[in-house]
Design a protein around this ligand. Sequence first.
Ligand SMILES: *Cc1c(COP(=O)(O)O)cnc(C)c1O
Length: 457
Amino acid sequence: MKTKIEPFKIKSIEEIPITTLAEREKYLEQAFYNPFSLRSEHVTIDLLTDSGTTAMSSKQWAAMMDSDEAYSGSRSYYKFEDVVKEITGFKHVIPTHQGRAAERILFQCFDVTGKYVPNNTHFDTTRGNIEFNQGIAVDFPNEIGKIPEMRADFKGNMDIDALKAAIEKYGPENIPLGMITVTNNSGGGQPVSMQNIRETKEVLSKYGIPFYIDCCRFAENAYFIKQREKGYENKSILEIAQEMFSYADGATMSSKKDGLSNTGGFLVTNDDKIAEKAKTILIITEGFPTYGGLARRDLEALAVGFKEALKEEYLAYRIGQVEYLANKLLEAGVPMIEPAGGHGVYIDAKRFAPHIAPEFFPGQAICNEIYRLSGVRTVEIGSVMFGRKDENGKHIAPDMELVRLAIPRRVYTQNHLDYIAEAIIETYKNRESLKKMRITWEAEFLRHFTIRMEYIQ
Ligand SMILES: *Cc1c(COP(=O)(O)O)cnc(C)c1O
């Protein structure tokens, strides 16, 4: 059979709100033109994030019913630990309520104050946690990763030469740890090759720098390796994931992604000293080490979810769905990062709205218009999220201005994807009417969550 189908059927449904244009215009105004501030009951299709928005399976729900809510030593924790150890191979498994909690604990353990932490591209919470601890987050994406229209297999890779040069420049004593993010979320959900992970490991270990993986989308990355990297076509997704982790000293995870669950995270490490320190911080701030701020039923859902995420038929459907949407948009000429990433389509706002310079937030203007037209919520990853100001108040733009259409796992049907495509193509056809925007209020850290904006008339 040529037709690919969703490898599941639907047992329980949730109604979605259908709104009018006039209502959506009012909602946008009330949200200060920041889709993050919209109430989700006003959002018809929510592509804000793939984080924690997964539909869980009947097996996950069943496991949750069977959880053991003991404070200490719960069997639900040991189930979780067994699965995480099987996949990652690390000695210490520390559950956290989300990925950012694992990050915060990691950067407190390593004491990043005044020091550099390299990554292919830090995610916003990772950068935020480093900077909050007075560290310096530095990104070394490879050159091709910065060119949206250039197709390549592994655009999420670390620039190994730039990493080496940085270590020489800053001195290894000023780099407490190095990281790599799979897939590279802020760089377009693009995969990182096994070879690149191996080379990153080689460079860091030559200088005695510990290596941690930000592994939120380890299963999606492993699937891309199987599809695209020579020598991996006959390996299982689990074997590929295990090899990825084998090069690292530890990892941080947001289980809200490839944990196929609605919350959770973990920190894993082989380092006894780091684990001891991490558990102390965990107990003070998150919870006891056999639950780490989660209900034990969440650990049950995760133990099942990690396994389901590694199933090849699931990943083929998942990555295939993103590709289906990307192809529809490409046929209509919508500029994007090519090829599509693992968890979403990233529209290139610079080419979409070239009449709006980065300091006037082209991505935000596109997000607002897509919502106004259709009730589809997307998110800007560009000057709103990562823009800075220099000493003179001049705008410093990030490399790319993107609009992310993050696809929740196992949630939307092909008909939903057709509706999304229509909304974006319509916005693209009328792109010349998109207006410049400015900020009216912003928070000190992670400003995009609460930022207030307006159109410049
Ligand atoms: C989501 C995400 C995080 C943070 O995880 P939370 O669970 O949202 O705290 C960190 N890194 C990457 C790459 C992510 O995608």
